[in-house]
Design a protein around this ligand. Structure first.
Ligand code: HEM
Length: 423
């Protein structure tokens, strides 16, 4: 498979079920499971604050700032790395590696996915252009795997470490801590961190990009969202505790994830035994690729699937929120299966479901609500003074930057930590 040539074999996503997979997944679970994710809210809030502060200074750079803040959260919690304000090497590396995965990752992109021996073809052979490209990407993938890890390890050895997943696990390993799971060796720590970095940073970038697109394209959506944010927060910035009181924003986050999914084509799965589905026989060894776009745009499950409906999931959310006492929400939510919360299609289900979904949800909620509380996003205008309607294809940013207008005097906005604070 091309992932081996590309050097992505360190990623959990490419491991088949078995001992190796279990050891990696264990570590993931330890740090990112449902009950652990709130530990990272502090680091997330710092990055949201930095994002808003920089957005105020240079609104036209919002794309770069989204990249930086999304990577900064994962780099801090995995490696204890604080990103540089201008051109952080790891942020750039993550973007390059993701671009390579996006191009070559989907099973079947290259013939080598079907004819495995093609991986042995020398890169100088005519027709082996894919291999030359893959070897270039491989260098970047190895850098991403090794460099931030080596830096965190060096910091630990010199006593300058920041608390993060890598240093905590390495320290326990080196000290022979009796609570340390001996199946977790240095390679498992390194692979898990690099997988989380690769899988964690750019997925969130994609959804936050869609968020700016939606605000730019659909002013009425922005207005409704801001009404709820202003009514509930009254001019301050959100914390994660506010989420339960902002059901429309929760619905909006799910609609963002549904309307323009991060992974329109899901990760390939390998049938470990013969199965049947919908009258089809799936022989053992078949590669099954879920068409998540189709599932999330099924007109029966999501009526008018191409329309962005901010309140699509509102009643479902109200019905499940015990502290929002809305007895009739369940009936208003309509028949089962229609506009149900699409968690499984967005994040996967079962043993291979996305382990980063809780931290992703938290960060997206904090970013979305904070931007709504502080900025008005409008369409950019062309030289003739006409508004530009962004017309995206996949995973878009508006083609021309949107215009961002501060909503209020930012010096008065707070959530306990001032807007201009990095700490
Ligand atoms: C909007 C954000 C995200 C979306 C929509 C998303 C979606 C997905 C999907 C669809 C899968 C495949 C599930 C399957 O095959 O059944 C997946 C797997 C995975 N995700 Fe995420 N993800 C997001 C964020 C994150 C973050 C922040 C992290 C880590 C910090 C992460 C780590 C992973 C890993 C490690 C896997 C592979 C799991 C395995 O193969 O066992 N994801 N994600």
């Amino acid at each position: 498979m091309v992932v081996d040539v590309l050097g992505f074999d360190f990623m959990i996503t490419t491991m088949t079920l078995g001992e190796k997979f279990k050891r990696h997944r264990y570590l993931f679970h330890k740090y990112f499971k449902r009950l652990e994710h709130s530990k990272y809210n502090g680091a997330q809030l710092i990055q949201v604050n930095v994002f808003l502060r920089d957005l105020l200074k240079e609104p036209e750079s919002f794309r770069t700032l989204i990249h930086r803040s999304s990577a900064a959260v994962v780099l801090r919690m995995l490696y204890g790395h604080d990103v540089a304000t201008d051109g952080d090497k790891y942020v750039e590396l993550a973007a390059q590696v993701t671009a390579a995965i996006t191009k070559a990752g989907p099973f079947g992109t290259f013939k080598v996915d079907y004819i495995p021996w093609l991986r042995f073809v020398p890169s100088w052979m005519p027709g082996a252009g894919w291999k030359r490209e893959a070897l270039e990407s491989r260098k970047k993938a190895r850098q991403l795997l090794n460099e931030p890890f080596a830096q965190a390890k060096a910091d630990l050895i010199s006593g300058q470490e920041a608390i993060c997943m890598v240093t905590t696990e390495l320290e326990a390993l080196m000290n022979g801590d009796k609570n340390h799971n001996m199946n977790v060796d240095e390679e498992v720590i390194k692979n898990t961190a690099a997988t989380a970095f690769t899988a964690g940073a750019e997925t969130v970038v994609s959804i936050l990009s869609s968020f700016f697109l939606v605000l730019t394209k659909f002013p009425a959506v922005q207005q409704r969202a801001q009404e709820e944010v202003d009514r509930v927060l009254g001019g301050r910035l959100p914390t994660i505790e506010d989420r339960g009181r902002l059901p429309l924003i929760q619905s909006m986050v799910y609609e963002l994830l549904r309307w323009n999914p991060v992974t329109p084509i899901g990760l390939p799965h390998y049938a470990s035994e013969m199965d049947t589905y919908g009258g089809y026989t799936i022989p053992e060894g078949t590669t099954v690729i879920p068409n998540l776009w189709r599932m999330l745009h099924d007109p029966v499950a999501y009526p008018e699937p191409n329309t962005f409906k901010i309140d699509r999931f509102l009643n479902r959310i109200l019905a499940n929120e015990t502290h929002v006492r809305d007895k009739n929400a369940r009936e208003r939510a309509g028949p089962r299966g229609v506009n149900s919360i699409p968690d499984a299609a967005i994040f996967g289900a079962g043993r291979r479901a996305c382990p980063g979904k809780y931290i992703a949800h938290d960060f997206i909620f904090l970013m979305v609500t904070s931007v709504l509380a502080t900025f008005q996003v409008t369409r950019a205008v062309n030289e003739a003074g006409q508004e530009i309607d962004p017309n995206p294809r996949l995973h878009p940013f508006p083609r021309k930057p949107s215009r961002l207008v501060p909503l209020r005097d930012h010096s008065s906005v707070s959530r306990g930590s001032p807007l201009d604070s990095r700490e």
